[in-house]
Design a protein around this ligand. Structure first.
Ligand code: ATP
Ligand code: MG
Length: 277
């Protein structure tokens, strides 16, 4: 079940990764074509995704940012400026104007933060067609009807359980990749910026992972605490899951198979665009 879901998603994620931030499109588009646009205002980066009307990937780009904290926009103008740049670049590469976009917020962050996300989008000249729940967007991209999505980003861990296409349980915890960075910084007595670089250094992965493994175990324990509500397959997404041993640790705590797609940080942003109808 999980393997089948991942096979299809991985094919698309590989294609997306091959063009993201490359100023290239996967498909030619022309004036009048319906495009679906996703805006993920994350704690770590702002991602813009563009799909065609049949959800085929067309284009994508991102910029790192600090304008969003724990899923909440804390610097409105900075978010707008980044999104303006991403939109302008997309329009230059595609040769058409982006007219609509869908946004997303972590579960349970409420009406107010949804409104802020919509305002950021509309400030760049696009009509905001909706603000989705982030894990629901991830599940949409994964075409997951029954199962559990754990989205571990920079500042938040969202756990969403689906049953026959319906969201039955959702939890959002203020922990994520930034927490791992803090633990690394503390262990080596280095500043956050340096710790962040060390965390992403593939050559140091084994050493880094041994330090941050307890954080991963704690994240898995949050899922474990949801008990019998957890549905299979359990799929982890989000940038903070980018460690080879990540699913192994999760599986051990949860005592069940855990799946992770390729380039897990792009799952939610691509799912958001699928809601731009
Ligand atoms: N190769 C990597 N190795 C380890 N961690 C990584 C890697 N790439 C990204 N991360 C971490 O993933 C996190 C960002 O993930 P993601 O892009 O999913 O977050 P976001 O959507 O911006 O944040 P949030 O969902 O919390 O608002 C950061 O903490 C970053 O350090
Ligand atoms: Mg995110």
């Amino acid at each position: 079940m999980g393997d089948k879901i991942l096979a299809n998603s991985n094919k698309q994620l590989k294609r997306f990764e091959s063009i993201v931030n490359s100023d290239k499109a996967l498909k030619k588009v022309k004036e009048g074509d319906k495009l679906k646009v996703g805006v993920d205002l994350g704690t770590s980066s702002i991602v813009l995704t563009v799909l065609d009307k049949d959800d085929n990937i067309v284009y994508g780009a991102y910029e790192y940012d600090h304008a969003v904290q724990d899923g909440i926009v804390v610097n409105f103008m900075e978010s707008v400026n980044i999104l303006r740049r991403l939109k302008a670049k997309a329009e230059e590469v595609l040769g058409v104007e982006l007219k609509t976009a869908c946004g997303a917020i972590p579960p349970k962050t409420g009406e107010k933060s949804a409104k802020v996300v919509a305002n950021v989008i509309e400030e760049t000249g696009m009509l905001c067609t909706g603000v989705e729940d982030e894990p629901t967007a991830a599940a949409k991209f994964l075409r997951l009807k029954t199962g559990t999505v754990v989205d571990i980003g920079g500042g938040t861990t969202g756990i969403s359980i689906f049953q026959n296409g319906k969201l039955t349980h959702v939890i959002d915890e203020a922990t994520g990749g930034f927490h791992m960075t803090l633990v690394l910084g503390g262990r080596y007595k280095i500043k956050n910026e340096e710790a962040e670089k060390l965390k992403r250094n593939k050559d140091k992965e084994e050493e880094v992972y041994s330090v941050i493994k307890p954080v991963v175990e704690k994240m898995a324990a949050i899922v474990q605490n949801m008990g019998s509500e957890v549905n299979d397959p359990v799929i982890v997404v989000g940038g903070a899951t980018n460690f080879d041993e990540f699913t192994k640790t999760f599986s051990k705590v949860l005592k069940r198979k855990v799946y992770k797609p390729l380039y897990p940080q792009f799952v939610t942003p691509l799912g958001i665009a699928m809601f731009d109808n």
